[in-house]
Write a protein that binds this ligand. Structure first.
Ligand code: PHE
Length: 455
């Protein structure tokens, strides 16, 4: 049986957990979801939910992994046995969701690869990207290129995961991420000096609640879950690698806070540029790719800067993809004890490769598909993140609450040396028992009303 890895250092755990949380969700998805939901009021709702239900869910998934030392399918089997109810479907569903999400995440990672290569080529051509019709249009019209790039991305992911947890990437992410942070901060400073800044800050931070729609609550919940990697079993797997002496609530809370801050920085970075390019709708899922490259090439030394930026963004996307594939592999090796890690990785990767055909060809071969004025990839994103993910996360949370005793919950949360954990314990329980189910169910019902019944 393959040996379960364990983080050599606490810093290593943070790198991977934060690395898996911070990805395209923060930089690509969050900005257009904010655009779709009208800005300030949505951001306020999002930050509240990230702390009130996101962080508690991160913590409970990490605890589940750390206490069982298993991945989500086996861990929920244990919970089912204890609760006397079958929660097995939740674990299985979450792993299936993970494979599907990986295949469409690969398509967006492929877009990043495309821009990375464009900036690279641009280094030798200087200035042409500005005048040529945007590389995005080229990409959108060329489904096979999208498929090729998504497949290349999946292959890289597979190779890294097949090599194993520790040796994999831990080392080199640690070099890239501070560089990424530096680039983003530079960009924030630059874009905040654009004339649109005041208007942008008002849009982002002045809450106008009339802009929220019936779907906004579940959009906020869905994005919180997606960006914190809750509901995929990722955190259960990561928790199973934690060391005994690590305090899970502190780790979970920090991951949630850092991830939320990064999302906020992403919108502050992107929106001034997006407002400047007034022809691009803020609700466009390609918003990041639409406005940022054009802005970057207009800056002095922009090609080189763009190359570095997209390289870092790619690393973040790769890191998150590794987290996704890692979960599937750890579940397979937990359930089928005879299968080797490398085999499980190639198997899960191959399934993902097959599935990726659909989202990759969304704007070309399946271009005529429209559902409520959304393209195939947008509809897929919406079904997965705004409908299925909240249900799975709710299922996991209920399974945890019902399948563990109060004493166990208390013991895994409270660390007597940290007084704050004693004070936070009742809030955590309250969130898991009441707030999370109420918010998710209310969000889903409002969405059903808004989508199907509103005149
Ligand atoms: N949280 C990642 C992001 O924001 C996506 C992800 C989800 C990664 C689930 C791993 C597991 O991009």
């Amino acid at each position: 049986m393959p040996k379960r890895g364990s983080w050599r250092t606490r810093f290593g755990f943070y790198l991977l957990a934060i690395g898996s949380a911070c990805g395209l969700g923060n930089l690509w998805r969050f900005p257009y979801v904010v655009g779709e939901n009208g800005g300030g009021a949505f951001i306020l709702l999002y930050v509240f939910l990230a702390l009130a239900i996101g962080a508690p869910l991160v913590i409970s998934e990490l605890i589940l992994g750390k206490t069982t030392r298993k991945s989500v399918i086996v861990a929920t089997q244990g919970l089912s046995a204890r609760a006397g109810t079958s929660f097995k479907w939740v674990g299985r569903f979450s792993v299936m969701l993970t494979i599907v999400v990986l295949s469409y995440y690969a398509v967006i990672s492929g877009w990043v690869l495309h821009f990375l290569s464009q900036f690279f080529v641009e280094l030798f051509r200087d200035g042409e990207m500005n005048s040529r019709t945007a590389p995005l249009v080229f990409l959108m019209n060329n489904g096979w290129l999208q498929l090729l790039l998504a497949s290349a991305h999946l292959l890289i992911t597979i190779v890294v995961v097949a090599k194993g947890v520790q040796e994999g990437i831990e080392k080199w992410i640690s070099y890239m991420m501070p560089l990424f942070a530096g680039l983003v901060i530079l960009l924030v400073v630059r874009s905040l000096s654009l004339p649109s800044t005041l208007e942008v800050l008002r849009f982002l931070f002045y809450p106008d609640f009339s802009k929220l729609t019936y779907s906004s609550l579940i959009h906020a919940v869905g994005h919180v879950l997606f960006t914190l990697s809750v509901g995929f079993g990722t955190l259960v797997t990561f928790g199973s690698y934690m060391r005994d002496e690590d305090h899970t609530p502190t780790a979970g809370f920090r991951v949630a806070v850092v991830d939320t801050l990064i999302s906020l920085i992403a919108v502050v970075m992107l929106f001034p540029v997006a407002f400047q390019a007034s022809n691009v709708p803020l609700t466009d899922p390609a918003l990041l790719f639409e406005v940022l490259p054009k802005y970057l090439v207009s800056l002095p030394g922009g090609n080189f800067f763009g190359l570095l930026f997209f390289l870092c963004l790619y690393m973040a996307a790769l890191n998150a993809s590794i987290g996704l594939l890692e979960v599937v592999v750890s579940n397979l090796t937990d359930v089928y004890k005879k299968i080797s890690r490398a085999r499980a990785t190639w198997f899960a990767g191959a399934v993902s490769l097959l599935l990726t055909v659909v989202p990759a060809l969304s704007s070309s071969v399946f271009g005529t598909f429209r559902f409520r004025d959304r393209s195939l990839i947008e509809s897929l994103d919406s079904i997965l993140i705004n409908w299925i993910l909240p249900l799975v996360a709710l299922g996991l949370s209920v399974a945890y609450v019902r399948g563990t005793s109060d004493l166990e919950k208390e013991q895994s949360f409270i660390d007597r040396e940290r007084f704050v954990s004693v004070r936070m314990y009742p809030n955590w329980l309250f969130s898991l028992r009441y707030l999370t189910p109420i918010v998710i169910i209310a969000g889903l019902l409002l969405q059903i009303y808004g989508v199907f019944f509103r005149p």
